[in-house]
Design a protein around this ligand. Sequence first.
Ligand code: CS2
Length: 478
Amino acid sequence: MTNAPRLTRKTTAPKAGIVHLGPGAFFRAFNAIYSQDAMDHSGGDWGIVAVSLRSPTARDQLRPQGGAFTSVSLGPDGADYRQIESIVDVLVAPEDPAAVVAAMSDPAIKIVSLTITEKGYCHAPSTGRLNLDHPDILHDLANPATPRSAPGFIVEALASRRAAGTKGFTVLSCDNLPSNGHLAREIILSLAAERDSGLADWIAENVPFPATMVDRITPATTDRDVAGLAQAQGIYDPACVNHEPFRQWVIEDSFADGHPAWDVGGAQFVRDVEAHENMKLRCLNGTHSALAYLGYLGGYETISDTVSDPAYAAFCQNLWAREILPAVEKPEGEDLNAYTAALLDRYRNPSIRHRTWQIAMDGSQKLPQRILGTLSAGLAEGRDCSGLILVVAAWMRYVGGVDEAGQPIDVKDPLADKLRAASDSAVDPAGKVAALLAVEDVFEAGLAANPEFRSSVTQAFEGLCENGARACVAKAFS
Ligand code: CS2
């Protein structure tokens, strides 16, 4: 505990123009700061009503501070502290879902943005389609006025705007999914069509779903971060967020009713985001997941610890050069070699304590767009993909739930039980690999059936069991 006084809001709250679902660390380090920059520079009624779809934590941290929080930018030359006041309120959806629908139905709200993580879309990661058997979707179809899922809230709010003769809002997905705008659109339209085809048609005509590429490395806030801030600045702010200085936001320029001047903070409004998204998902998130599974198994706690091992840094560089970059189209204005070199520097930032365990979370939702798409493209073009195959094997070893020292791994994943059962269904590596490849939510049928892929994943898995992750990483690409 600290005796430091609590952070308080200093400025009058702007009027709200955005409802944001998912008030976690990334949203605070990213969307909230871009909106602060925009309002500082150009004004506008772009205050943010943040909505937690699950726990009251963010509300309990932010409300007593009037929505204010501290951004702590940690660069090689030390920390930069800034108070951010773009959040005007925080709602907790399970406590009062109708209040959230009412906030989203307010005609003053022009944008509903999302950082709900991959699993918040309630889709099958291997196909991108809405999972109509998802418990929250079943609930929302049965109880449309009191939804639980993000798609359920969006569809209900849009139904109420349509009924009231209010314009649609823009749905702005800021999650690490391929073609995130398109994916969100398909999911919302599918859910709406289950309710009323007229509603689905209205949404198709009145609601833009711009795609975005978002990037800023932001670990979850820990007690240690809060204590560090109290010590450095003499304030108590449990909502503070530590992040790297780098940020990049590429946004498809398609909005229903305007947007904040996010470009003053460097956001790029472009016609087509896809190449940027693929570059980021495959180069950054792909190697992040690679380092997360292989790093965790190798006994490393954070990404910067992992890449301080020269074998892991070399593995990452080889993965980019030999297997990832050949499957990445160069976006306009980017230099891919410079991009990946800068990534390694970002990973090395020792002030950013990004736990391998945190990134390893929800692998079933992440693998397809981070690793498997690159792998399928490589196999189709006859490239050697042994590095990516080792990553898939490391993920399989990880979700088996026992580490190299025989200790349990706390696997966080919506499919954790299913994956564990698949892994436990056989004792030998070949059986485990076969059972995991049969999980259709993760592996699309063509890849799962590819004999070359199956046998090399099995071999890599055996290597991990026999020699451990560090040895396999050191031997890879040799
Ligand atoms: C990470 C991302 O947790 C993860 O899975 O790979 O959150 C990553 O830090 C961000 O996408 C960086 O922009």
